[in-house]
Write a protein of this length. Structure first.
Length: 299
């Protein structure tokens, strides 16, 4: 009997301050869209686990909310979700903007510097540098700031150094049997995925201040004809004025949000569906423990 090839299994947590490109990096790494992305910070609000697998290697990649110093109840949830992500991880990838190590990055480093597994520093957005010669002094500077197994310049937009990152992950992932048997690359509950994709379109289509005052609750309903699943997405806001902005003139903006989210959801899940959206005012939801629990943000 032929000897069975060695397999590897590991968990990789991706951490960083808001808006350094963690979600885009993971989408590039996994090879398809698994997390929502936006130019605005704090897009990710919960741990999002994605599965990267082949015959020998299986990695659970955990995208986390950006770690920062906000003091609200909802912000506390976001930071706790990020901090939990390193528990049980084999590798932590800290992502920073290549153009500079800021005070917020120091907060993240202080959080992970006691981590006993492997640490990688990803210098994302390298395509924004004027010349590649700028990299060497930056890498030298970051080497002095913390102990990393490797520092990798990277571009989530172009995929620059993707092969190097994959090679590094293979070298650092421990040997072990594949613990997850699902062939899905994104083992998330369907309702959660649909809610995240609706929220992504809120980020893209609403005014700058609106997305941070919204949450999305999704329920799935059966259809009598059994042809397509039907999802009802309820977008929560805190004021009537925010609701008016999301609705848009004659409800046009909300229709656009729903149509775009439906296209992304069908692409991500690989199934046709019906998606209905509505906006509902829940005053003070971001500071209300019961409402945050109803949304799944608090245990």
């Amino acid at each position: 009997m032929a000897r069975q090839a060695n397999t590897q299994f590991g968990v990789v947590a991706v951490v960083g301050k808001p808006n350094v490109g963690k979600s885009s990096l993971i989408n590039t790494l996994i090879g398809h869209k698994v997390t929502i992305t936006s130019r605005r910070p704090q897009t990710t609000r919960s741990q999002i686990r994605s599965l990267m697998t082949d015959e020998k290697l299986q990695l659970v990649v955990v995208d986390t909310p950006g770690i920062d110093e906000q003091k609200t109840l909802f912000a506390s949830h976001i930071n706790r979700a990020a901090r939990r992500s390193t528990k049980g991880a084999d590798i932590v990838m800290m992502v920073i903007d290549v153009r500079g190590w800021r005070g917020e990055d120091e907060i993240v480093w202080n959080f992970i510097k006691s981590f006993t597994g492997h640490r990688l520093l990803i210098l994302n957005k390298v395509d924004l540098l004027h010349t590649r010669e700028q990299l060497l002094p930056l890498i030298s500077e970051y080497n002095k700031r913390g102990k990393f197994d490797e520092i990798i310049p990277f571009s989530a937009q172009s995929g620059h150094n993707l092969d190097r990152l994959l090679k590094c992950l293979r070298e650092l992932t421990p040997k072990g049997s594949h613990d997850l048997t699902s062939v899905s690359k994104s083992p998330q509950k369907t309702n959660f995925i649909v809610a995240e994709l609706v929220r992504e379109q809120v980020f893209r289509l609403a005014g700058a201040e609106i997305p941070y005052r919204t949450a999305v609750k999704v329920e799935r309903y059966g259809r009598a004809d059994n042809e397509m699943p039907e999802f009802h997405a309820e977008i929560w806001v805190e004021t009537a004025g925010q609701k008016a902005i999301l609705l848009g003139k004659g409800g046009e903006r909300l229709r656009s949000i729903g149509a775009r989210a439906r296209r992304e959801a069908m692409k991500s899940l690989g199934v046709a569906m019906v998606l209905k959206t509505r906006v509902k005012v829940h005053r003070g939801w971001s500071s209300n423990p019961k409402l945050l629990q109803k949304l799944g943000y608090l245990e």
